[in-house]
Design a protein around this ligand. Structure first.
Ligand SMILES: [Zn+2]
Length: 181
């Protein structure tokens, strides 16, 4: 059920044109993320687009800035999209979420409840954890679980660009926020 091509990971047969278009969006998000980190944002950025390619919402991680553990980029962007469209159900809008790194355990839940129809991500969670020390949670077989619910996933899109942003975040001494254990 899982397709792999040139390192891209997907839960449907890979459509090259779709993957390439998504990779360009992810690269642009990585570039914007660098600028947002310099202004105090956390190291993740998510954008939601409609099927015509119009931007619906975009936001970065604001856990430290807003003192809230669930203010991840995906959660912030979903909330902004729902408030903009005036609904808790995004499904009728056929929206796609693009995010600079693979969603964590919480954001997978947030995406599932939102009605988002497709997810495109950059850096895989195992690399996020290796580079930054963030804990991304346990997510057994999530690509297939999303497929069962009609949510398309393409991942590992241009991961090197994202890994560089994450490595710089750590190198520059920004906060790797997490609960004390
Ligand atoms: Zn998250």
């Amino acid at each position: 059920m899982i397709s792999k091509q040139n390192e891209i990971l997907a839960n449907e047969p890979i459509q090259i044109e779709k993957a390439e278009k998504a990779a360009q969006i992810i690269l642009a998000l990585q570039k914007e993320l660098k600028e947002r980190i310099a202004r105090g944002a956390g190291p993740f950025l998510a954008a939601i687009y409609d099927e015509k390619g119009n931007l619906v919402a975009k936001d970065s991680n604001s856990v430290v800035q807003e003192k809230c553990s669930h203010h991840h980029a995906e959660m912030n962007a979903i909330k902004a999209a729902e408030q903009k469209l005036g609904t808790f159900d995004l499904a009728p809008y056929n929206l796609s979420l693009y995010v600079t790194s693979e969603p964590c355990i919480m954001c997978l839940g947030g995406i599932m409840w939102s009605g988002i129809k497709a997810v495109y991500y950059g850096v895989p969670s195992n690399r996020v954890e290796e580079i930054t020390g963030f804990d991304e949670g346990f997510k057994p077989d999530w690509l297939n679980e999303f497929k069962k619910r009609g949510i398309t996933v393409y991942g590992n899109l241009e991961p090197q660009a994202g890994e560089e942003v994450l490595a710089a975040y750590v190198r520059e001494g920004h906060k790797v926020y997490k609960p004390s254990r």
